[in-house]
Design a protein around this ligand. Structure first.
Ligand SMILES: [Zn+2]
Ligand SMILES: [Zn+2]
Length: 298
């Protein structure tokens, strides 16, 4: 997504949703920093078209086929920069901001732990949490900084991996997990492409920023397809932003209906606009990833 579309989206929402201005400005600074950091990403050579398609058919992620290299020192520099920026601009409680500014999280990252990061982000974060050993830095906060810092090193490799898939029909991937890196989708956009009544839904990966098509009437968490088990939660004043909820797994995913907003949807910006809806979903006992349910309900 181009920066022009992103900037337009940010300015649009700062004007129409002043309650979100502080968050939008923080993320704007974060994304600008990521764009600069991305210049330090290592080159990536994707697998051939044939190998790529075969991996996708076997539901293997493209990063497990050819793993990108994350260079240690540039990654550490990215962690330091984004930790400082988060401390300064995220509007966190004072104690957490102070901890982010004081503790050298990046220093706890080693060549070895970094090498295992892509195959187990949770385990990586737990290791760093143990190494820094500071109660003020909880795992969700460390997860935020450590994953936002890796995104710039994954975006270009992910785009190259997707390009190698050529005209692959992403609906065949048939999963709410990113086909490139395996992270659960953070949101969806229904784009009206003119050839299909009601438009097609594209899910978005928060880690490598890949977007892939996924059926509209289907739970992105458990795969449920029955109409009456799936619902949209939204404010009637703002039908362009909804949360798609599932009665089967109690999971949800925020979805933007591009036709009903007056700008081009940029997933990471729309996700911020939908945070208040997510709060409503949580208050009803729903969770982003839902419960583990038997997939045979499909
Ligand atoms: Zn991904
Ligand atoms: Zn579900």
């Amino acid at each position: 997504m181009s920066n022009t579309a992103r900037t337009k989206a940010i300015e649009h929402y700062v004007a129409s949703r002043p309650d979100l201005e502080q968050q939008l400005r923080f993320f704007e600074a974060l994304w600008d920093a990521q764009d600069e950091i991305a210049q330090d990403a290592s080159p990536y050579v994707a697998a051939s078209a044939e190998e790529t398609e075969k991996a996708l058919q076997q539901t293997r992620t493209l990063f497990s086929l050819v793993e990108p290299t994350i260079p240690l020192e540039p990654y550490q520099a990215a962690v330091r920069r984004l930790a400082a920026l988060t401390a300064e601009k995220a509007g966190l409680p004072d104690e957490q901001s102070a901890a982010l500014a004081e503790v050298d999280i990046a220093g706890a990252v080693t060549e070895k732990s970094l090498a295992s990061m892509l195959t187990g982000m949770d385990a990586f974060v737990t290791r760093i949490a143990e190494a820094v050993n500071d109660d003020r830095l909880n795992e969700p906060l460390l997860m935020f900084v450590l994953t936002e810092a890796v995104t710039p090193f994954l975006r270009e490799p992910a785009a190259a991996a997707v390009k190698a898939a050529g005209k692959y029909d992403w609906q065949q991937w048939d999963s709410g997990l990113c086909p490139v890196c395996g992270t659960p989708a953070s949101s969806g956009v229904v784009r009206d492409e003119g050839d299909l009544q009601g438009g097609r839904r594209w899910l978005s990966c928060p880690t490598c920023r890949t977007q892939w098509e996924f059926a509209r009437v289907r739970c992105a968490r458990c795969g449920q397809r029955t109409h009456d088990r799936l619902e949209y939660l939204f404010d009637e004043q703002d039908p362009g932003h909804r949360v798609h909820t599932c009665k089967e797994c109690h999971g949800y995913i925020p979805v933007t209906f591009e036709k009903q907003i007056s700008i081009l949807a940029v997933p990471e910006v729309e996700e911020i606009v939908m945070i208040p809806l997510e709060t409503v979903a949580s208050s009803r006992g729903l969770t982003p990833l839902g419960d583990d349910v038997d997939e045979t309900v499909n």
